[in-house]
Design a binder for this molecule. Structure first.
Ligand SMILES: [Zn+2]
Length: 311
């Protein structure tokens, strides 16, 4: 059993009416530069707004979980001075809540018996094969949601306006597999709503999920949070940094270096007299000077070289 996660506050904060943000890593490896960028941006955006900043552990995909990664991520956040409010939510403990919400959504869902092979050759859009019911004797493999036709509009604070007709592009998407796990789209929407999240700051790789999440928010009558999708850090060969590829883990012993690089990556020009400053000096400055307008919009940006001299 992993150790219980402690909040940094002895008593939970009363839920303020204002900004509530979150960082939601998957425990699939150590925190790397790309996830530090995401954590820092969501932290600064929340703190600059005088808001709460929460951490959620997105561990529904147990097959990808790496032992000890959850604690390692939290330790890395603490080492970089990114201290969260409230006890982190762990998705794998919340299956009953997801099941409750699935009940509410039931009138807009249906069982699907299509196998991977049945769906092969399709262009990624599910054509609604099982919408009118399963054939006699067919076994349900997934639950899908009936997606209304028409475009979903997103006003992303960094990427600008985006739109997608989810029905035309994706079709009725899966919200739960028959073998149990709830889909990311569904669990994230439920967790964000129950935690009162008002603002989501995350990597641009999740921009494509946002319209599906908005469909679910609309069907469930939930508020739609504001979004800001950050450019992705890539390695020298242009691949997205990932915990699984063990690309560029950050060094907890040199938090100033990681934070400086992350601020640069986010387009925040650090005052020269703060070069070499540690998190205690750097973070209050970065909160006071946080400028989301300066965050570059482009989908990918190279991360700084991993081996730089210590300040
Ligand atoms: Zn089907």
């Amino acid at each position: 059993m992993p150790t219980p996660i402690q909040t940094h506050l002895s008593t939970p904060l009363p839920r303020p009416p204002g900004y509530r943000g979150r960082f939601a890593p998957s425990p699939t490896g150590a925190l790397h530069f790309g996830s530090l960028v995401t954590a820092l941006a969501s932290y600064l955006d929340a703190r600059a707004a005088g808001g709460a900043w929460l951490v959620r552990i997105d561990d529904l995909d147990r097959t990808r979980e790496v032992a000890g990664a959850r604690d390692a991520i939290l330790t890395a956040l603490e080492a970089h001075g990114l201290l969260w409010d409230e006890t982190p939510v762990v998705q794998s403990t919340r299956t009953e809540r997801y099941a409750d919400w699935l009940q509410r959504l039931a009138p807009a869902t249906y069982s699907c018996s299509c196998s991977r092979r049945d769906l092969d050759g399709l262009t990624g859009r599910y054509p609604g094969t099982c919408r009118s019911g399963l054939a006699a004797g067919a076994q349900a493999r997934a639950i899908r949601v009936c997606v209304p036709a028409g475009p979903v509009e997103i006003h992303d604070r960094i990427q600008g306006p985006c739109r997608q007709d989810v029905q035309a592009a994706v079709g009725d998407f899966v919200i739960r597999r028959a073998d149990g796990p709830f889909a990311y789209q569904f669990s994230a929407v439920i967790d964000d709503a129950e935690a009162g999240i008002t603002d989501i700051v995350r990597g641009a790789d999740l921009l494509e999920s946002t319209p599906r999440q908005q469909v679910l928010q609309q069907l469930l009558g939930l508020p739609v949070p504001r979004h800001a999708h950050l450019p992705l850090a890539v390695d020298a060969s242009g691949r997205k940094l990932s915990k699984q590829s063990q690309s560029m883990p950050i060094d907890n012993a040199r938090p100033a270096e990681g934070l400086h690089h992350a601020l640069q990556f986010l387009g925040q020009s650090v005052a020269p007299d703060l070069m070499g400053a540690g998190p205690r000096q750097l973070l209050p400055w970065a909160i006071a000077h946080w400028n989301i307008e300066a965050v570059p919009r482009s989908g990918t940006r190279p991360a700084p070289a991993p081996s730089l001299p210590s300040h």
